[in-house]
Design a binder for this molecule. Structure first.
Ligand code: HPA
Length: 269
């Protein structure tokens, strides 16, 4: 049986077993997916115990995106808990299907994680946002027209991005803005008309990840917190053309501050 034929939950369980064997860490308490700009947090939150190449864990693929690392990293937190950093995000636009997109989240849940931290780089739609600013995800709008759930799996998303965890984040950084994240399929950036539309329907930032992953994390019973780094103003809001290099550069500049925010946040999650 190939990985793509296996049912998603047993593939995630197989991945969690390999992860436990390879890392020597039986159970992880919290998991993080670190998007553009958030990578340094992996070094800040604790001591790295083990780095497992994602390609050696069932169901994972080496990342095709420059700036994304392709590893699963096990980190011992100062309080004795263990965090799993999923540095192998598969994006919807890679065309491997939604099962691949949410395999990291499902593996984290199978590894024992009850809390999922999802981060990303996003384009700012809300005119008050500035590049380099982190924004808490209050809610999302999923414009991919895809769900990670299969069959008649009805999952409530009323409090998808935990009010409790958002409160914890605002205690650490009271000025943290909260906004609605709109996931587009990508990989092209949005047109200015699509960005205007995203704003009209209630969006504050646009990106190409996170919403589908959050749904799978909720299905798995995890408590979720989401954070976007505004890497650029979205198309039409900024006058110059968008580039991936610009997104990476903005991420690099903001990294030390974001790492410190996540270090303090993870300690209280
Ligand atoms: N649009 C979509 N995804 C993004 C953007 C954007 O403007 N910036 C970073 N990721």
């Amino acid at each position: 049986m190939t990985a793509s034929e296996q049912d998603p939950q047993s593939l995630a369980a197989a991945a969690a077993r390999v992860l436990a064997e390879r890392s020597g860490v039986e159970r992880h308490d919290i998991a993080l997916t670190l998007g553009s700009g958030w990578g340094k947090a992996a070094d800040a939150i604790g001591e790295t115990v083990s780095v497992v190449p994602a390609a050696e864990v069932p169901g994972f693929h080496a990342s095709g995106v420059p700036g994304h690392s392709g590893t699963l990293r096990s980190i011992a937190l100062p309080d004795g808990r263990h965090a799993l950093v999923i540095g192998a995000r598969t994006h919807f636009y890679e065309g491997r299907g939604v099962r691949a997109v949410v395999h990291g989240v499902r593996t984290a849940a199978a590894a024992g994680a009850r809390t999922m931290v999802l981060t990303n780089g996003a384009g700012g739609v809300n005119p008050a946002y500035r590049p380099g600013q982190p924004v808490l995800i209050a809610d999302h709008i999923n414009l991919t027209a895809a769900s990670p759930l299969e069959g008649a799996t009805f999952v409530d998303l009323t409090d998808l991005y935990s009010a409790r965890l958002r409160g914890a984040a605002r205690e650490i950084e009271p000025a943290l803005a909260e906004g609605v994240y709109v996931q587009f399929p990508g990989p092209h950036y949005e047109t200015p008309a699509e960005v205007r539309y995203a704003g009209i329907i209630g969006g504050d930032m646009v990106g190409m990840s996170t919403a589908i992953e959050a749904i799978a994390a909720r299905e798995a019973g995890m408590e979720i917190i989401g954070l976007s780094l505004i890497t650029n103003l979205a198309a039409g809001i900024q006058e110059t053309p968008l580039s991936h290099a610009e997104v990476i550069e903005a991420g690099r500049e903001a990294e030390p501050r974001l790492a410190e925010l996540l270090r303090r946040l993870v300690a209280v999650l």
